[in-house]
Design a protein around this ligand. Structure first.
Ligand code: SAJ
Length: 426
């Protein structure tokens, strides 16, 4: 790590799950960071030294850097030496001309960010796209910047000698471990020219302890999509195995443990589906770019998206055995030991069960309180309660998330109930 500051002022555009921790960590290295977000409430919260997202220890770091003046948030971009764009890249749901589901990447947020920073760009600046993006997005970003600033030169035209440098350096941090992984993970740095990559490495070396590995922008974009697709395909394999094992009356957890004893086999865990904002999204960017070629990647997405419905059917069949079924659903978050319910297969399952009206549904989610209960569940009269109370009352118990509280539960509490353990923790 360098001791002298290669950058005095850095701007981070988008203060969400990636942008805010990145801004805070850079600010903690003594660099002046201007955080920009369109959400006035988020900006006010940050300037008050608070945070609007959930990530362990982030509140402490943000409070620290706001109090020293190293981090300041605003809704309007200001001049800086480097601009890091960390805005969402969702997809548009739709159907193609053959009537098949299609997922088109939505680059509107990147385009708005480009339009917002273009007026304050100065010769010598670098713009880095951190958002997970389809291949070609960095070139598009550079194109939008060039359109807005014909007085400056850009790497697509001038290569190494361009006034503005542009690179893609995808974020790769795991929610729940963001502050550690921001510093310790290796970074893939894809500059639009060598000079772009070199300057980006200088920026990342101010706070990254991992290695900064240089490639071009398109490869960097694809590297990120590949990492998440690799995980999705492997989870789909595990999910498919779990369905096969149910049919063949084999315990899939025992099977995977045994197979994983082979030195070259490492199967992931089946579950109720794949949630979160990355693994269930990014593979579609590859499918959209190469629909004819990306067959395994598409099938993995379909397999993982079908898994919640398989679990719902199993629960419905179990409930059918009782006159007045009471179904305890353990977990609402998208994965273990976090409070993030967005794109959660557990939440999707509970919502669908409530809709089907198959009995009384009670939910246990140790990481949220009553006021954080999703509106959809409140409206459907799903009660949030403790594990003990839920198990006392339920005749069907469903494990949807492998939270530590559920793993620590006493096996006796589950006795005399129909148990559906989608995470294999019991
Ligand atoms: N899951 C399983 N079985 C498993 C592993 C995960 O069902 O064996 C499920 C989880 O329960 C969850 C979903 O997959 O619903 C995704 O969870 P995750 O922990 O695999 O990943 P994310 O979405 O929290 O973070 C991923 C990470 N990518 C990889 O591990 C390759 C992270 O490093 C990325 O930075 C992040 O996506 C991102 O932002 O793209």
């Amino acid at each position: 790590m360098k001791t002298e500051l290669a950058f005095k002022t850095v701007s981070v555009i988008g203060l969400g799950y990636i942008g805010l921790p990145t801004a805070a960590v850079i600010a903690s290295r003594g660099i002046n960071v201007i955080g920009v977000d369109v959400n006035q409430k988020a900006v006010d919260t940050i300037n008050a030294g608070d945070i609007h997202i959930v990530e362990p220890d982030l509140d402490i770091v943000v409070r620290g850097v706001v109090s020293t003046g190293n981090l300041r948030a605003t809704t309007t971009p200001e001049p800086a030496e480097a601009f890091m764009v960390a805005v969402p890249t969702p997809f548009h749901h739709g159907t193609n001309e053959n009537g098949e589901v299609s997922h088109k990447p939505n680059l509107d947020y990147i385009k708005s960010a480009a339009k917002a920073i273009a007026p304050v760009l100065e010769k010598g600046n670098i713009v880095i796209l951190e958002s997970t993006s389809p291949v070609g997005a960095t070139e598009k970003l550079a194109g939008w910047l060039a359109e807005a600033r014909p007085d400056l030169s850009f790497p697509q035209d001038k290569g190494d000698s361009a006034d503005i440098k542009v690179a893609h350096c995808p974020e790769r941090v795991l929610p729940g471990y963001v502050l550690q992984e921001l510093v310790s993970n290796d970074r893939v740095i894809g500059g639009m020219s060598k000079a772009c990559s070199d300057r980006a490495v200088e920026l990342y070396q101010t706070f990254v302890r991992g290695e900064c590995v240089i490639t071009n922008a398109r490869t960097a974009e694809m590297a990120k999509l590949t990492e998440n697709s690799f995980r999705d395909v492997n989870i789909a394999f595990a999910n498919e195995l779990s369905v096969i094992c149910d049919k063949l009356k084999i315990n899939v957890w025992e099977l995977i443990k045994l197979a994983n004893r082979h030195p070259r086999v490492n199967i992931l865990n089946p579950g109720p589906g794949v949630g979160g904002h990355c693994i269930a999204v990014d593979p579609w960017f590859i499918v959209d770019s190469c629909p004819e070629e990306a067959n395994i990647i598409r099938q993995a997405r379909l397999t993982n998206d079908a898994k919640p419905f398989y679990v719902i059917d199993k629960i419905t069949q179990a409930a059918d055995q009782f006159k007045k079924p009471v179904i305890a659903c353990l977990g609402l978050a998208f994965k273990a030991d976090i409070d993030d319910l967005r794109e959660s297969p557990a939440l999707q399952i509970v919502e669908e069960l409530a809709k089907r009206n198959i009995g009384e549904i009670i939910a246990v989610e140790p990481n949220i309180n009553d006021s954080e209960m999703p509106k959809s569940l409140v409206e459907a009269n799903v009660q949030l309660t403790t594990l003990e109370k839920a198990l006392e009352k339920a005749n069907v118990a469903v494990v949807l998330v492998d939270h530590k509280e559920f793993k620590a539960a006493d096996a006796g509490q589950f006795a005399a109930k129909v148990v559906i353990d989608s995470r294999g923790i019991l």
